[in-house]
Design a protein around this ligand. Structure first.
Ligand SMILES: Cc1ncc(COP(=O)(O)O)c(C=O)c1O
Length: 397
């Protein structure tokens, strides 16, 4: 019997979570698996943030919060956007949610309906097309391969736009590729968008602070489109706070109000204690953010160096986030005994079961020729993982 709604039946399960689960199952059997499938920093939340949360509990900060979050947190975000991004917002233009994931979903749900198209450059974060499908919309992907550093061009964007285009979801720095759009590249996209005033840009900047090229550039900086850009960000990745569940949007008031209305019927405001922690993250010392960024940069250099040495891997140099996305279709069609590798999912499963390294096949990210490896792990794990991967791949003939 399948009593589930069409909406649920058309939804794909998260492949990243599935690989993490499979890897945990093998670990539970006593197998020493190196998990490169997870999308979270391996650091602990900085002490001053934890202290703020402890104080919030002792101060009985335990009631329902306003739906978009407490004014103190929203004001802290307004200050952050001014200071770090040079962007002017009011607190009424900020809405906080249970993580950036809910923030993206709120905007999609608020804007997209049946027949609406949402442009999603591929490779993309696994959840974007699924969110669009949940909203009854149609995801329209633009392929951007490794030869263009996984970034779309203005001409590709122009060609994908139709009268039905409602939104573009742009993720920079990108999960899964680590690619980062430069100011000039964003300006090129903004110039196209300026000609199409019906399109809202959902700019997912959750990896803003994990950036190896210096300053983060937001597409919201271009005045000709500023009033229809919704920035999505949060504390999860920059402050090692994935479990605290605080994300936010900053955008035009009409969209923010719509998201508040939706959230008011759906989840209400996010966790009050986590809001105090997030406020401390934005207003306190930023030193731990830079420390973590430096560690990620060192690991990026290490994994790129090692992965470039793996026969059959084509490797881009990620400029942000903590993922490597090698092209590995060289191995499709090869076998080890009676085990044949037909696609990236097979390869990821082979690397897990034979090499004991968990990666994620690229199909879920709209790039079936690649696999994703997270390097949010120790240098030793990175070195050992690539050694195991090389050994396992060498058995494929
Ligand atoms: C591109 C991207 N956006 C949003 C999120 C979700 O962030 P949060 O944990 O704040 O919901 C992730 C997490 O993996 C992500 O990779």
């Amino acid at each position: 019997m399948n009593q589930l709604s069409d909406r649920l039946n058309s939804l794909s399960p998260s492949e990243t979570l599935a690989m993490s689960q499979k890897s945990n199952e093998l670990k539970a059997q006593g197998i020493d698996v190196i998990n490169l499938s997870v999308g979270e920093p391996d650091f602990n939340t900085p002490e001053h943030i934890k202290e703020a949360a402890k104080k919030a509990i002792d101060d009985n900060f335990s009631r329902y919060s306003p739906v978009p979050g407490y004014p103190a947190l929203r004001n802290a975000i307004v200050e952050k956007l001014k200071k770090e991004n040079g962007l002017e917002y009011t607190a009424a233009q900020i809405s906080c949610s249970n993580g950036a994931k809910q923030s993206v979903c709120n905007v999609v749900m608020a804007l997209v309906g049946k027949g609406d198209e949402v442009i999603i450059p591929a490779p993309y974060w696994v959840s974007y097309p699924e969110m669009v499908k949940l909203a009854d919309g149609t995801p329209v992907t633009i392929p951007a391969g490794i030869e263009q550093d996984f970034k779309i061009t203005p001409a590709q964007l122009e060609a994908a736009i139709t009268p039905k285009t409602k939104a573009l979801i742009l993720c920079s720095p990108s999960n899964p590729t680590g690619s980062v759009y430069s100011k000039e590249e964003l300006a090129g996209l903004a110039a196209v968008l300026a000609k199409h005033p019906q399109i809202v840009v959902i700019a997912d900047e959750i990896y803003e602070h994990i950036n190896y090229i210096g300053k983060h550039e937001s597409i919201a900086q271009f005045p000709e489109i500023f009033d229809r850009v919704v920035i999505v960000n949060g504390v999860s990745k920059a402050y090692a706070m994935t479990g605290w569940r605080i994300g936010f949007i900053a955008g035009p008031e009409w969209i923010v109000k719509a998201c508040n209305k939706l959230q008011g019927q759906y989840t209400s405001g996010p966790c009050s204690v986590s809001q105090k922690a997030a406020e401390a993250a934005y207003t306190g010392t930023q030193a731990p953010v830079e420390e973590m960024r430096k560690a990620f940069e060192r690991r990026r250099d290490l994994i790129v160096k090692l992965a470039k040495d793996v026969p059959g891997f084509e490797v881009n140099v990620p400029q942000g986030a903590f993922y490597l996305f090698p092209k590995c279709d060289y191995y499709f069609g090869k076998s080890c005994g009676d085990r044949k590798i037909s696609n990236a999912a097979d390869l990821a499963m082979y690397l897990l079961e034979v090499g004991h390294v968990a990666c994620v096949g690229g199909a879920a990210f709209g790039a079936p020729e690649c696999i994703r490896m997270s390097y949010a792990t120790s240098d030793e794990n990175i070195e050992e993982a690539i050694r195991r991967i090389k050994d396992a791949l060498a058995k494929l003939k």
